[in-house]
Design a binder for this molecule. Structure first.
Ligand code: THU
Length: 133
């Protein structure tokens, strides 16, 4: 990926973060998931008065993509105001489809805080192959 591709992915994440529904935490998150075929799927966090029912931005983007029949991904950009990293549940959900995913974490100004592999965020991740052992 070129720097321009990365910045474009971050821009998509910033745009969708503005649509976050986060009246309880006030913490807006945007994610832009790049598929192997070049498509970009975006997602924001959507909270709920029953707190655990809410969904994170990363999973929001992932389920949109999978629902559209897309399962192969190369990178995800995640933006928060402070460059926070994806939660454990999102790491696990992403690992299911893309253990080799590149994860770019930035803030709302587009400044990159981390650029790493999902396997670094989730070492020794559990996958379907473990169930067959
Ligand atoms: N959140 C995300 O969207 N992604 C993460 O990986 C971390 C947390 C959301 C969930 C909740 O709406 C808010 O941020 C505060 O936890």
């Amino acid at each position: 990926m070129t720097d321009a591709h990365i910045q474009n992915l971050i821009d998509h994440a910033i745009t969708v973060s503005q649509r976050a529904y986060a009246p309880y935490s006030g913490y807006h998150v945007g994610a832009a998931l790049l598929a192997e075929d070049g498509q970009i799927f975006t997602g924001c966090n959507v909270e709920n008065a029953t707190y655990p029912a809410g969904i994170c931005a990363e999973r929001s983007a992932l389920v949109k993509a999978v629902s559209e029949g897309v399962r192969d991904f190369t990178a995800i950009a995640v933006v928060t105001r402070g460059g926070g990293t994806p939660c454990g549940i999102c790491r696990q959900m992403l690992y299911e489809f893309a253990p080799n995913l590149r994860v770019i974490i930035a803030d709302m100004n587009g400044t990159i805080h981390h650029d790493l592999a999902l396997k670094e965020l989730l070492p020794y991740g559990f996958s379907g192959s473990d169930l067959r052992k």
